[in-house]
Ligand binder design. Sequence first.
Ligand SMILES: Nc1nc2c(ncn2[C@@H]2O[C@H](COP(=O)(O)OP(=O)(O)OP(=O)(O)O)[C@@H](O)[C@H]2O)c(=O)[nH]1
Ligand SMILES: [Mg+2]
Length: 304
Amino acid sequence: MHSGTVALLGRPNAGKSTLVNALVGEKVAIVSAQPQTTRHRITGVLTEGRGQMVLFDLPGVHRPLHRLNAQMMHILRETLTEVDVIVQLFDASQAPGAGERFVIELLADIGQPVVLVPNKVDLAHAERHIGQRIAFYTEQHAYVSVQPISALKGLGVAELKARLFDLLPEAEPWLDPELTTTQSESFFITELIREAMLGRVSDELPFQTAVHLRHREEEETGRGALLRLWVDLVVERDSQKGILVGAGGQTVKAIGTEARQQIERLLGARVYLDLQVKAHPGWRDDRRLLAELSSSEGVLDPEE
Ligand SMILES: Nc1nc2c(ncn2[C@@H]2O[C@H](COP(=O)(O)OP(=O)(O)OP(=O)(O)O)[C@@H](O)[C@H]2O)c(=O)[nH]1
Ligand SMILES: [Mg+2]
């Protein structure tokens, strides 16, 4: 059997989280049309007769301007040095540029095999230019293979999976085969709320918003388990609160309804969600809040 770790590398919005969900066959990572959706290392686990693949979904590569972003890039760099195989994903529907060069630079001192994966081949723009876009990468790094895919439509994903298992070292699975993720339930809850929020707001606001689970209680009722959640949507400035609250509170209400339904579906419990919008100037540079926000993150040491 072949078992080991795989890191997902690429720019924001390349489709890394979509691919991790497609490989695992279950939703373990949130996805949105906004860049910088993933802020932590999310672990997805896939166990088959062939072995076990531990996938690390990572934040998209970008130049950090805040402590939050520096933390994101730090965990990314660290993960790249630890894994058995790296998957470098790019959006094949877009012309490469300086952002892509910055991603390739991260591979300069990396000795592990890297598989180049052009994604979004379902989009018309991707097909026409794919050869030339692949060449942009292969001229700058020695990839072990190239596998075009559509993570969204599932095209090429089985082929990619087979290639990745081939590249993993011969080893028995070391994690429980039933496991699909190692993140804590509380962390996944805040992620699902952030996903609902990202689907409702655009532009600069998503970068400036965090989800903070203040308190949770579980209760057994005659109708099954009830999960009560008290959650803050944290923004940078008082003036931004209005955007999330919306006229007559309709935006925060819609985010809450959407998130509650997702949490209920994925965790199989009834949920009561108290969602508040709060301003916390400078939260992206606040060491204490950042530590608290990542404390429930399911970090798995590949050496364990
Ligand atoms: N058409 C198309 N869209 C895709 C495909 N894969 C992902 N997307 C879309 O691309 C957007 C970004 O997807 P994500 O999976 O969140 O991208 P990511 O690389 O994890 O982004 P960050 O977490 O911000 O780094 C979403 O709107 C996805 O639905 C694909 O194969 N085809
Ligand atoms: Mg992501």
